[in-house]
Design a protein around this ligand. Structure first.
Ligand SMILES: [Ca+2]
Ligand SMILES: [Ca+2]
Ligand SMILES: [Ca+2]
Length: 411
């Protein structure tokens, strides 16, 4: 996966951003699974205790932490190209109605063509297994055969929006966007796409089996591909929706200048959105119309860098609520911040926590149904963020103290 960046591995554990403070040694990463084949993502359907790990080779592994079991949920490795560049099984999203319809969606590069494939599969009635024969292809996104990098790969549903699947694509690969994908509204590369997963607006086309949301900016007669939701992305490697607010967090891997984190708030108006590539990299470069600049970016500072976007924490640890976590695949760093009125605050370096856990190749983050935050090491480990036992004791003491204060005030 090193092709995501163009520079040599940084040998130091530099702070991810400027002036970051280290968290108190109050948290650790607890191993959930190890020796997996090139894990790239984890997720889970609502109301399900299991964690699903996307393996680049084409296997989705189900982990039941409570039961202590780990098993293959779906194996489509025969369909997946995963040996070159950044190709592979890259994305997984469970249908918002998974519990009732058993549907889930994958994003992978095809073993024969290298094209990006978006497919739906259905789980068995007890939801224990995904059925490889239930395959239903939604769309194919043509990729250039000469480039094996910048395939994006994340897919997801915005909480509360219903049936629209968002799909992140890279510019198709190569250095500097040689295909001119980013700003071209007539290609689905270098974009965030949005399609409806119920129904088929293309009855005469067996290769397109989805609907076009009417509020997509180029839908219908407007020039540009109807599937596009936003343009100007290089390689959006790991995006997420804040499960509480619906805000959309998009991390885009830079070329030589900047790694960036972008946010589109849930209540943002419909319309054209341009993340700038390949005219702008972060806030560097020329102007584009309908520009969205990152809320946070960092420079390469002479060493390699490749951002791995994460999540806004909404799990059981109260102190971390609303904190956005992200990493860097090349540097092996993890950082966090809060976004308050559009401004980055509480920038924090978590690198000592990942180093302590032996994690160095941060390919992704992920959440389970309860909102626990996971870190995915491309080397094979998945770990969950937990408070150190003494922190629980401190929290307990704090709560006890708070109770004492409240009682005193009531007197
Ligand atoms: Ca069709
Ligand atoms: Ca159109
Ligand atoms: Ca950008």
């Amino acid at each position: 996966m090193s092709a995501r960046s163009c520079s040599a591995l940084s040998t130091c554990c530099l702070v991810v951003g400027l002036g970051a403070a280290a968290p108190a040694a109050a948290y650790s990463l607890q191993e959930v699974a190890a020796a997996l084949d090139r894990p790239l993502f984890v997720t889970a359907p609502a109301g399900d205790d299991r964690l699903f790990v996307v393996g680049r080779g084409g296997v989705i592994t189900a982990i039941d932490r409570a039961a202590g079991t780990q098993s293959s949920f779906l194996d489509i490795s025969a369909r997946v190209s995963s040996l070159e560049g950044e190709r592979g099984l890259l994305g997984l999203a469970f249908d918002p109605q998974f519990g009732s319809n058993g549907h889930f969606y994958v994003n992978y590069t095809d073993v024969d063509t290298g094209h990006t494939i978006i497919e739906r599969y259905t789980a068995t009635p007890d939801r224990a297994l995904g059925d490889p024969d239930s395959v239903h292809r939604l769309m194919t996104i043509e990729q250039p055969v000469q480039h094996a990098n910048h395939k994006g790969g994340w897919i997801g549903f915005r909480p509360g929006e219903g049936d629209n699947l968002y799909i992140a694509t890279g510019d198709g690969g190569g250095s500097g966007d040689p295909l001119g994908s980013g700003q071209n509204v007539n290609t689905n590369l270098g974009k965030i796409l949005r399609i409806g997963v119920r129904g088929d607006d293309f009855a005469g086309d067996d290769g397109r089996n989805y609907t076009i949301p009417g509020t997509n900016p180029y839908a219908g007669a407007t020039a540009g591909n109807d599937e596009i939701w936003a343009i100007g992305l290089r390689n959006p490697f790991r995006n997420s929706f804040d499960r509480e607010t619906g805000d959309f967090w998009i991390a885009d891997v830079g070329q030589d200048a900047r790694e960036e984190v972008n946010v589109v708030l849930a209540d943002a108006a419909d319309g054209e959105r341009n993340f700038g590539w390949n005219i702008r990299e972060g806030t560097v470069g020329g102007a584009v119309p309908n520009s969205i600049d990152p809320v946070y970016e960092y420079a390469h500072d002479g060493s390699g860098a490749s951002i791995t976007g994460g999540h806004v924490y909404r799990g059981p640890i109260e102190a971390l609520q609303g904190t956005y976590f992200f990493g860097d695949f090349v540097r092996g760093t993890v950082g966090s911040f809060r976004l308050v009125d559009g401004a980055v605050t509480e920038l924090t370096d978590w690198t000592p926590v990942v180093v302590e856990a032996g994690i160095s190749s941060i390919a992704s983050f992920g959440e389970d149904a309860a909102g626990n935050l996971y870190v995915v090491d491309y080397g094979g480990t998945v770990a969950v963020l937990v408070p150190e036992p003494q922190t629980w004791a401190l929290l307990g003491a704090g709560i006890a103290l708070l109770g004492f204060v409240v009682r005193r005030r009531r007197r």
